[in-house]
Design a protein around this ligand. Structure first.
Ligand code: FES
Length: 362
């Protein structure tokens, strides 16, 4: 069945076709959550969780299409008239009331994390759709979750989904933080352990051991791994934390785990190849500028250092926010080391370096 519209029938009627941005502008004057197409959410609560960590509870509008446990979402907020976007893992499983939770640690100099810590109730934020594939494999093999610092966030989402099903498979969580004040939702985790024989948790302090705590202590080590994994038949291992922590975990357990997935919330450590020394010219087609950038730096960092500020979210190659067209030149993907010699529409600036002169659609 075809739908008649004056604008599609006759180009003279095109002036009647609504500009969605304009419609959105006027809708948002009535209600900041209203939009013709954009996912937005209202802040319904901010819950303090641990030292410098709060959970922001969000009620999304009808354009948000839902998520799977372990996924991320980009949150955009306006600060002093400028829109800033950051990626956060969702820290809850999907719920019947459709509320979302992101658990945010205030980081030094972190504009968005500090804004969200203090955000007022009823404020409206912009959301992307959920993305990412950090999820439990579909069999019933045991699972080991290893988290450091804010890496606990996607684990909470995975665990809440398992708790809702009364832990049908063995799950072990090991969580490293500097001290007990930084453990997030420790009571909930201990409560689950008391109620479900299939769930075990190790909360590990790396700097200040709580008085009377007979558990593990210090940074991730061989002794920790031996204790955590003894008696477990080859588990699926999921790791989230700073890149150093992820690297150590990968080294110690990836070879004998049934499967290994990792996410790091700090930029990947770059191994600079010999051909990555020196500088190249990067031409920005839209602004007409040509910049000299170091071959070893990611394009996002190199551009920011010269006052160009492309949009970004995760800074680790997951969300695609920083993707831009490359019409000429050779780039290198720092995650897998592959060279990109063809023009592309989706060069992720945060995980790409320039290996020759480049032309970017910026
Ligand atoms: S900022 Fe997320 S992919 Fe680059």
């Amino acid at each position: 069945m075809s739908t008649f519209s004056p604008a599609s029938a006759d180009p003279r009627w095109h002036w009647l076709k609504p500009d969605l941005q304009v419609v959105d502008f006027w809708l948002s004057r009535c209600n900041a959550l209203w939009s013709t197409h954009e996912a937005r959410a209202r802040v319904v609560a901010v819950i303090p969780e641990a030292d410098g960590v709060s959970t922001v509870v969000l009620k999304p509008n009808r354009h948000f299409k839902g998520f799977r446990p372990g996924q991320h979402v980009n949150v955009s907020v306006e600060i002093d008239g400028i829109r800033h976007t950051r990626s956060y893992s969702l820290s809850d499983a999907p719920r019947p009331d459709k509320l979302l939770r992101v658990t945010v640690k205030a980081v030094e100099g972190g504009k968005v994390s500090r804004y969200l810590q203090a955000v007022r109730r009823r404020a409206v934020v912009h959301l992307s759709q959920a993305f990412g594939d950090f999820e439990l494999p579909m069999d019933n093999a045991p699972v080991v979750l290893m988290a450091a610092g804010s890496g606990i966030t996607p684990m909470l989402s995975l665990l809440k989904a398992q708790a809702a099903m009364a832990f049908p498979r063995p799950v072990l969580l090991a969580c490293w933080a500097r001290n007990a004040r930084e453990w997030v939702q420790a009571e909930t985790l201990r409560d689950w352990m008391a109620k479900h024989a299939n769930f075990k948790v190790h909360l590990i302090a790396t700097r200040e051991k709580p008085e009377g705590d007979a558990g593990l202590f210090g940074r991730i080590s061989k002794a920790h791994i031996d204790t955590l994994f003894s008696g477990l038949p080859s588990p699926h291992v999921l790791v989230c934390g700073p890149s150093g922590f992820v690297g150590t975990a990968r080294e110690r357990v990836a070879a004998w785990a049934k499967s290994f997935q990792a996410e790091s919330f700090t930029p990947p450590v770059q191994v600079v190849a010999p051909e990555s020394e020196g500088t190249v010219q990067v031409t920005l087609q839209r602004s007409g500028r040509t910049l000299e950038v170091a071959r070893g730096a990611t394009l996002l960092e190199a551009l920011e250092a010269q006052g160009v500020n492309p949009a970004f979210g995760c800074r680790m190659g997951i969300c695609n926010t920083c993707a831009c067209g490359k019409s000429a030149g050779v780039s290198r993907d720092v995650l897998n080391g592959e060279l990109g010699t063809e023009p592309t529409h989706a060069l992720r600036l945060c995980i790409s370096t320039a290996q020759s002169d480049l032309s970017l659609e910026l």
